[in-house]
Design a protein around this ligand. Structure first.
Ligand code: DAK
Length: 261
């Protein structure tokens, strides 16, 4: 796997670790970070050895403190547009990644940082996490999907409260409103994310990946169409060796050995 300047990619077993590695700037997202994320996500998508991805930030203080305000403040309108196009492309790529993604949110997750966590499938937070969408204080609105993903996750009223006030909330409140799945002590964060990843890894990879597609795409469809998508994809699973293996293993009272085929 290629090495990068501002992000780290590591693979252990079937887990890919994607770390934003700019701790001095609280892992703020500048154009270079976004470009590297873009490349890294393509590599991850095409790497059959990686079956779950954990996204985190380097250091103890921040997951990601947002888009890089210092860089953004210098942009011309055209550069702003390019930045926006790249950012939207990267966040959609993360959200549509075929592998399930877990954000291990280890501190400040503000603006683009909150949106990075929202673009992942599951969020595990450290007790030290503070999450929010402070963009309106900078004269902008959330631009990496926050208005849409936050509303879908926590409901319109809570999303409006968070976005209109720009306030940060702590981990326990984020858990209460369903913004994060679970809160753990900082030293347990990575172990918790890995435990979850390993639970996912016990299952048939194609079935997990297709569940993700059907949940995400289905939410954009009328219920009848979404249920048809589910039925079609359910049928498709019967074309896989892993479906035969999973059901045979149950009948033969043994554990399954999935091959991802
Ligand atoms: N950008 C650049 N540098 C940042 C940064 C950021 N977002 N956040 C922190 N830093 C830098 C600080 O400037 C400081 O650098 P030095 O001064 O040491 O060089 C270093 O990180 C440590 O930060 P602090 O000294 O401020 O640390 P504190 O503990 O005092 O405060 C903090 C931590 C997280 C509360 C504070 O740093 C802070 O408020 N940061 C900004 C948080 C924020 O407003 N984030 C939202 C950014 S706006 C778009 C799509 C999306 C977006 C934009 C456009 N398009 C589609 C075009 C997204 C926008 C955002 O995310």
């Amino acid at each position: 796997m290629k090495t990068f300047n501002k992000i780290l990619i590591d693979i252990k077993g079937k887990i890919g670790y994607l770390t934003i590695n700019q701790p001095k700037a609280l892992n703020a997202l500048d154009s270079e970070v976004l470009q590297e994320l873009n490349e890294a996500l393509t590599e991850i998508q095409n790497n059959a050895d990686i079956q779950v991805v954990i996204v985190t930030g380097a250091g103890e203080k921040a997951f990601v403190a947002g888009a890089n305000i210092k860089e953004m403040s210098q942009k011309t309108p055209i550069e702003g547009m390019t930045f926006s196009e790249l950012g939207n492309h990267v966040f959609s790529k993360l959200s549509n990644l075929k592998q399930p993604t877990i954000a291990a949110v280890n501190g400040f997750a503000l603006g683009g940082g909150s949106e990075l966590a929202l673009a992942c499938d599951i969020r595990i937070a450290s007790e030290t996490m503070k999450i929010g969408q402070p963009e309106v204080a900078l004269g902008i609105i959330p631009g990496f999907g926050g208005t849409q993903r936050l509303s879908r996750l926590v409901g319109v009223a809570k999303a409006k409260e968070l976005i209109f006030t720009g306030k940060n909330i702590k981990a326990d409140e984020a858990e209460k409103i369903g913004l994060v799945n679970k809160v753990v002590a900082p030293e347990e964060l990575m172990t918790e994310a890995e435990t979850l990843a390993n639970q996912i890894l016990k299952n048939a990879p194609f079935a997990v990946q297709q569940s993700k597609v059907v949940i995400d795409k289905g939410l954009e469809l009328p219920l009848d169409h979404a249920l048809t998508l589910e039925a079609d994809t359910f049928g498709l699973c019967f074309a896989t060796e892993d479906q035969t293996e999973g059901m045979s293993a149950f009948i033969e009272k043994r554990s399954s050995k999935f091959k991802g085929q």
